[in-house]
Ligand binder design. Structure first.
Ligand code: WT7
Length: 644
């Protein structure tokens, strides 16, 4: 803080505390509601617009288009404007590989790399509107490629590196990608992930793919198809040093990111440019109060939305210094992350409840071995954080000095929605509550009919107004977009979560209200798992439920009936586990597989999910009078007991 600013602060200290404690937050929040146009006009200046926008919002329900008429390029925000300023020598990324390799990347290094990769993409025929699938480990090239895509106007489609060939093929085909970018390998817990091999299998069934661009990493030997595959390092030799950033419309798509819903097929969430960028930057400022001195670390993989918004776009557009770590949190030892915080002097640390619970299990001695004194802010995301984990995090990582921003949001929302916001004003926190909505977010807790519920009653959360980060839609899925998010409470966005507002107005986000399971904070749909299971030759019918898991939040429990001639055995279980991992990816690994003679169904033939869930959870099942065959329940319960 400058002396001028200090003076200002002291002069303005109130002599009496007659302000309502939340005044500053309330004022900002109210101005975003009452003068939405004026508010967003002012807050759109976090970005550098090549051509100013003409209209703040074009709201044509259920489609919101923000900053209409404006032109800008996201790679310009993240790179050029810093490389042309005093920040050119500022560290953009401290990168650390799982094997201990490191790189320090300044904003001018970033500028150089993004330009050269943009030139490579162009030479391979990638231009405005083309889709590029990205299947990479957490290496600096992940950032270069995404920004290079923006630069030439291409739409990136990142797939988390734990997904299978089949999942890649489905997403490449749905998005019609012209190119896949991958690496020869990646590190995970000391092993090599054979990423290129996985892509090779996928692109056997993706006619739209013209090239696979391969980044050499890990030294893992791969086979190159001369007609299709190109090494990035070969292309970079002749790359141009500068590629002019394509002037994109504010409402042009920036990326597609697939996420699981209630159907058997993942949805391609499509995000735009200007609105998303404005939302990403402002939300990061509000929830984490970063400064030019901050060292920011969001531990999420870029394969998920958290990594898109809070590893790539927001921190870089704001010109922050951040840490990117490639590997597993517990490799080679469970204090790897604390070592990294200590080593780089991390001041803002953002992670998931699953990670925190994993660390809790290993005891407070491990973080205590490291100097975590540089931390100022903590964050949590992905699932509700249980108060015990919150307290442990607050005490053992934040040393009771750091506020925790429990950020509730979704792939679809682009950025934080409900979270404490010390960047606006510090207010009392309650462990387990994401607290209050950010400016521009207008939530309401309602019953199934859409009627607002009184305080302390649990219902659905709905958002009554569009905000700048809202998705453009679902790629190839207009009907699905309307049905999934806008049909339950017409005119309001329906996130699909249960929620409760307490008597202080604090919101508690209580988990999914639909058939979506959260495993380690990652979404997976029961329908998707069931669809994959019935695709196996031994399976007749399948139903999937979840049960609470101490570390992962929820775990997958599978119920299957086998085909006539198939014997239930440990081998079949192993096969089915393998089948799910190949069909979907590692996140689909079931915790339990239970063989039953029949699935419990209602007389109308619907699977009784509530009942299966109760069995999986071992809680009393309640009324089963509508059940067709009660023996199947007992059977499922007995099988489950056996497993314990
Ligand atoms: C779902 C969205 C948002 C980035 C990571 C996950 C759950 C997320 C919280 C939180 C309670 C949370 C919700 C939401 N969720 N953050 N802080 N408290 N629940 O993104 O895969 O799109 O999942 O994650 O159920 O609907 P996603």
């Amino acid at each position: 803080m400058s002396t001028e600013e200090k003076k200002f602060e002291t002069q303005n200290l109130p002599t009496k505390t007659y302000f309502w404690p939340l005044k500053r937050y309330q004022d900002l929040y109210n101005s975003a509601l009452t003068d939405s146009e004026g508010f967003w006009a002012k807050h759109s200046d976090v970005l550098s617009w090549e051509k100013p926008w003409e209209k703040v919002l074009d709201w044509n329900p259920p489609y919101a288009r923000w900053f209409v008429g404006g032109k800008l390029n996201m790679s310009y925000q993240c790179v050029d404007r810093h490389a042309k300023s005093w920040r050119k020598s500022k560290v953009a990324i401290y990168w650390e590989g799982e094997n201990g390799d490191t790189q320090t990347i300044s904003y001018s290094d970033l500028y150089e790399n993004v330009n050269r990769y943009a030139s490579v993409l162009k030479k391979l025929g990638i231009g405005k509107g083309d889709r590029v699938t990205v299947y990479l480990p957490m290496i600096p090239e992940m950032v270069y490629i995404l920004l290079a895509c923006n630069r030439v106007g291409a739409i990136h489609n990142v797939i988390f590196s734990g997904f299978s060939s089949q999942s890649i093929a489905d997403r490449v085909n749905d998005s019609g990608s012209k190119m896949v970018v991958t690496a020869s390998g990646g590190h995970r817990r000391g092993k090599i992930l054979p990423l290129k091999e996985i892509v090779d299998e996928a692109v056997k069934s993706t006619p739209s793919v013209e090239h696979v661009l391969v980044i050499k990493y890990t030294g893992y030997e791969v086979v190159m198809d001369p007609a299709r595959d190109v090494w990035a390092h070969d292309m970079l030799k002749d790359a141009d040093k500068y590629v002019a950033p394509e002037a994109m419309d504010s409402t042009d798509p920036l990326f597609i990111l697939y996420t699981s819903g209630t159907t058997g097929k993942p949805k391609g969430i499509l995000h735009g440019t200007g609105g998303y960028g404005v939302w990403a930057c402002n939300t990061l400022k509000w929830a984490f109060k970063p400064t030019d001195e901050s060292v920011f670390w969001c531990t999420a993989d870029v394969g998920w939305i958290t990594g898109h918004t809070y590893v790539v776009y927001a921190p870089l557009a704001l010109g922050l210094t951040q840490v990117i770590y490639e590997g597993a949190p517990d490799y080679p030892s469970v204090d790897r992350w604390w070592e990294i915080i200590d080593k780089y002097g991390v001041s803002i640390f953002y992670t998931s409840p699953t990670a925190i619970r994993m660390f809790m299990r290993h005891g407070e001695e491990l973080p205590a071995k490291h100097n975590l004194g540089t931390l100022e802010m903590l964050g949590s995301v992905g699932e509700p954080i249980n108060p015990e984990a919150w307290e442990w995090y607050y005490k053992n990582i934040g040393h009771e000095n750091c506020p925790i921003s429990d950020t509730w949001w979704q792939t679809e929302t682009g950025g934080f929605m409900i979270t404490p916001c010390p960047g606006i004003q510090s207010f009392p926190l309650k462990p387990g509550s994401a607290t209050l909505p950010l400016p521009g977010v207008d939530p309401v807790v309602v019953d199934a009919e859409g009627k607002e519920l009184p305080a302390n009653e649990i219902g659905f959360i709905a958002i009554r107004k569009p905000w700048p980060g809202i998705m453009l839609g679902i790629y190839n899925g207009d009907e699905l977009y309307k049905k999934t998010y806008w049909s339950r409470f017409p005119g309001w966005y329906c996130p699909g979560d249960f929620s409760m507002k307490d008597s202080d107005g604090y919101l508690w986000l209580l988990g999914r209200a639909d058939e979506v399971i959260k495993v380690a904070g990652h979404r997976i749909s029961t329908a998707e798992l069931e669809h994959a299971l019935v695709g196996h030759s031994s399976v007749a019918e399948a139903a999937v439920a979840s049960r609470p898991d101490e570390v992962k939040g929820e775990a997958i429990v599978v119920f299957v009936t086998l085909k006539k001639d198939v014997e239930a055995s440990a081998d079949v279980k192993r096969e089915l586990t393998h089948h799910l991992r190949t069909a979907i990816g590692t996140i689909a690994t079931p915790e339990e597989i239970i063989f039953v003679e029949k699935l419990p169904k209602t007389r109308s033939g619907k699977i009784m999910r509530r009942l299966l869930k109760a069995v999986a959870n071992e809680v009393p099942i309640g009324d089963t009078t509508t059940l067709d065959d009660e023996t199947s329940v007992n059977e499922a319960r007995a099988a489950f007991d056996e497993l314990l």
